[in-house]
Design a protein around this ligand. Structure first.
Ligand code: HEM
Length: 129
């Protein structure tokens, strides 16, 4: 199956959003059921940077096909999907006591931040009517 990363309909982003929603919500259910809240920042960011932000990317790429066709979309896709899982793993490790992962979290958050800058640039350039 060919995955079109600059798919103007944003299908890939919507599917990724759904995956993050499932993982984020079930982590919340685990936290509630077990009483172990130590991973609450991971839960919050899986839901907000994963589910909510990715669903918005998908919706915007559908609404504005020029955004999806831009090279900015492809670079943003790879940086975001590299940075977010790495950041989540690093934050989880840190909250489990592995503070040595702090530099990894720092690098991952900068990668994610660059992806967000590219997304914002794409909005300014291509989300007009
Ligand atoms: C069945 C669904 C969910 C369950 C069972 C759940 C459960 C939880 C639990 C147990 C906490 C820790 C609360 C604490 O220790 O004070 C938490 C925190 C949080 N959750 Fe969820 N959650 C769910 C869905 C969501 C969704 C959909 C979002 C965002 C879109 C979200 C965002 C957050 C945020 C931002 C926090 C941190 C709040 C704070 O630190 O004050 N959660 N959640």
């Amino acid at each position: 199956m060919e995955i079109k990363l600059n798919n103007p309909h944003g299908t890939v982003w919507l599917r990724l959003a759904a995956v993050y929603f499932v993982v984020g919500v079930w982590l919340g259910i685990y936290m509630g059921a077990s009483g172990d809240r130590s991973l609450y920042p991971v839960h919050a960011h899986l839901n907000l940077l994963g589910w909510v932000s990715m669903a918005l990317f998908g919706i915007l790429f559908r609404k504005f096909p020029a955004m999806g066709a831009s090279p900015l979309a492809r670079i943003q896709f790879w940086l975001y999907n590299l940075g977010l899982p790495l950041l989540m793993l690093a934050v989880a490790a840190i909250h489990r006591g592995y503070r040595a992962m702090e530099p990894v979290a720092g690098v991952a958050s900068i990668v994610l931040g660059i992806a967000v800058l590219l997304f914002a640039l794409n909005v300014f350039r291509n989300a007009g009517n």
